[in-house]
Ligand binder design. Sequence first.
Ligand code: IMP
Ligand code: MG
Length: 181
Amino acid sequence: MVHPDIEKVFRTAGEIHERVGELAEEIGLIYGDREIVALCVLTGGVLFFADLVRCLGGTVRLAFAKAASYHDGTRPGDLTVDLLSGEDLAGKDVLIVEDIVDTGRSLVGIRRALRAFSPRSVRTVVLLDKKARREVDVDVEFTGFTVPDEFLVGFGLDHAGRYRNLPYVGILRRTVYEGCD
Ligand code: IMP
Ligand code: MG
């Protein structure tokens, strides 16, 4: 059953599952036998992260960061970045796992913050890329799906804290955030 606030399902749970498996293979080809530190960007990245790390072969450590650029609305606000885990990133191959890249500002902030920990390498995997909205240049090495310039929810993505648990990615009805029918 699709949630009534969803205009249209963009990718089903099955389609996401299949793509996550493909991404894990692409990632495996790049890292080979090297140990990876998979860095989950909370909260939105958590469902994608949990699925992806289970598909990765080899040795994987888990780490967590909090970055927020959206608060209660759909406009980017001030960015804050906090690294939450005590994982030592020095000399490590860090793979940032994000739900979506939009303007690119969050990712730039995270990548900049990570430099202080002297990792050996930093790469990024995003489930969704809203390419048309990019405002700053940022490297994204692995992308699940390129998405249209619509407000998406589900599979970790929220609007005002809701819908993260939906097992698919859907386009949110405008009436939900524009406040009229
Ligand atoms: P950026 O800094 O503009 O690239 O924003 C990235 C962050 O904005 C993501 O990690 C999301 O938390 C949020 N975001 C961007 N687009 C959407 C969307 O369509 N739905 C829900 N959250 C979004
Ligand atoms: Mg996010």
